[in-house]
Design a protein around this ligand. Sequence first.
Ligand code: COA
Length: 260
Amino acid sequence: MPFQNLLIEDKERIRYVIINRESKLNALNKATLAELHIAITEAFSTATVGGIIITGAGPKAFVAGADISEFADLDIKEGTELAKLGHNAVFNLIENGSKPVVAAVNGFALGGGLELAMACHIRIASDNAKMGLPEVTLGLMPGYGGTQRLTQLVGKGKALEMIMTADMIPAAEALQLGLVNHVTTPDELLIKAEEILNKILSRAPLAIAAAITAVNAGLKDSVNGFETEIENFGKCFGTEDFKEGVSAFLEKRKPAFKGR
Ligand code: COA
């Protein structure tokens, strides 16, 4: 389906989802969030797609936040609805996805932009990237999962410092804090993202999906992560991929996983 605010490109089993509002530094307006929901859902349900790389169009920004021009007239009810819809339709959808999603952070990742990157399973940043949650400068606070996911990634003290000061941090500091997994030059950003994703795609897809679910379960109050791990570990034994993985090891060859 054609999108107004996204570019979609396939490179073998990798689906690129590129946020394409360069003149607005790829800010997430409602239309872009709706398209992201469709694009991500479609990628998860397309058998030929193994994983997703999300990045921003142009050299300057990944995503410079939610689109501030759409906030001006919102009231309490509408603000609550905006956050709830975003959480469910995009950010939780990505985090709970059955396929790996890598954020290639190619510049500013602010507010909803950093929240989008944090919902992804892995973050690679170019060395010119700057990250932060500046919502309090607008009289707001993070509303797309930022208070929770930043705290999970960098710890409470640093998360509160970043949220309360609204300071942007450079990629090198984000790496030191564990907010991003790797930092590269801008030219090498997508190469590194593809390298990591292709390695993941050479592993057993159902085992990857089960591991994502188990890791996420540990961060939810309503479920016990250890129980989820036991259950998902057991389920792996019922897959064809498990038999293929063990046979390949014993036969000293590379496994050919089918995701079954
Ligand atoms: N929402 C809507 N529009 C945005 C935007 C956002 N979050 N971020 C940038 N833009 C728009 C600017 O309004 C400008 O549009 P215009 O050319 O029509 O005036 C365009 O993108 C370029 O941004 P500009 O501010 O001129 O670039 P800059 O290099 O001077 O500054 C930033 C870059 C990222 C520091 C600055 O754009 C910024 O602070 N953006 C808002 C970040 C933010 O608070 N995000 C959280 C939102 S909750």
